[in-house]
Design a protein around this ligand. Structure first.
Ligand code: NDP
Length: 247
């Protein structure tokens, strides 16, 4: 059977793009149950039909990760159905790009609240469950923008924050067998990358030694590995998956 056999997971923003690929990869790798937290309920309803035949318990929960009450309810629902949570993937993310001198406080707060505080809320409610069982895997989806990118001061800050957050949780969680890592993708072919102006995208592809954008499944395979027992001594790392590109 698959390497995620008997495991139960929560994946945020799992309705499309990289998150959807992670959900599909987890199912392919034999996960026992997966709770997909999705902002848009219609997206979640669409997923029900697509995932119905997987054999795993699939739970679709409408949840805005920047709202602590909704996160608390979603984690409780996952616990009611699964009885445990072995894997947490903080994937939900947004961009609101502009040069910093033109960036509104609303744009700053919106991006920090979803990308960084959302991960904080999920970890706040899931880590006690993992500590009780003395086992757990957390993967936070960062970005190569974490290392600085023009027009993305809010996004870069949120994604850099996730790296420090992950490394710290790895140190604190180690004695309780909680393994925490980050994945920092380069540009990946999803709806999110479509918001990037063409000239910036062309420049990025030119500066990517592999000469192309990444695909969502190329991130999902790394997330699945980090979530599995194959990664039992790999913790506190930020794995850059970018075709060797930097920002
Ligand atoms: P998409 O825009 O395709 O998907 C983002 C997902 O996050 C959607 O399912 C969306 O739900 C969900 N989401 C957004 N806001 C919230 C919220 N408040 N609560 C719950 N879910 C929410 O993006 P990608 O798949 O490209 O991105 C996935 C992750 O990968 C993000 O963290 C992103 O920053 C990161 N990343 C992406 C890169 C890329 O080039 N694509 C590069 C580097 C990192 P809904 O559709 O319902 O709003």
């Amino acid at each position: 059977m698959g390497k995620l056999k008997s495991k139960y997971a929560i994946v945020t923003g799992g309705g499309k793009g990289i998150g959807e690929s992670i959900v599909n990869r987890f199912l392919k790798d034999g996960i026992a149950g997966i709770a997909v937290l999705e902002y848009d309920l219609n997206m979640a309803k669409e997923m029900i039909s697509r995932l119905d035949n997987s054999g795993a318990k699939v739970l679709l929960i409408q949840c805005d990760v920047s709202n602590e009450k909704q996160v608390e309810i979603a984690v409780s629902q996952a616990m009611e159905h699964f009885g445990t949570i072995d894997i947490l993937v903080n994937n939900a993310g947004i961009t609101q790009d502009s040069m910093f001198h033109k960036m509104s406080e609303e744009a700053w707060d919106a991006v920090i609240n979803v990308n960084l505080k959302g991960a904080y809320y999920l970890c706040k409610h899931v880590i006690p469950i993992m500590r009780n069982k003395a086992i757990g895997k957390i993967v936070n989806i960062s970005s190569i923008s974490a290392f600085g990118n023009v027009g993305q001061a809010n996004y870069a800050t949120s994604k850099a924050g996730l790296i420090g957050f992950s490394k710290t949780l790895a140190k604190e969680g180690g004695p309780k067998n909680i393994i925490v890592n980050c994945v920092a993708p380069g540009y990946i072919e999803t709806d999110m990358y479509k918001t990037v102006p063409k000239e910036i995208m062309d420049e990025h592809i030119k500066n990517t030694p592999l000469g192309r954008l990444g695909k969502p499944n190329e991130i999902a395979s790394v997330v699945s590995f980090l979530s599995s027992d194959d990664a039992s001594f790999l913790s506190g790392q930020c794995i850059i998956v970018s075709g060797a590109a930097t920002t």
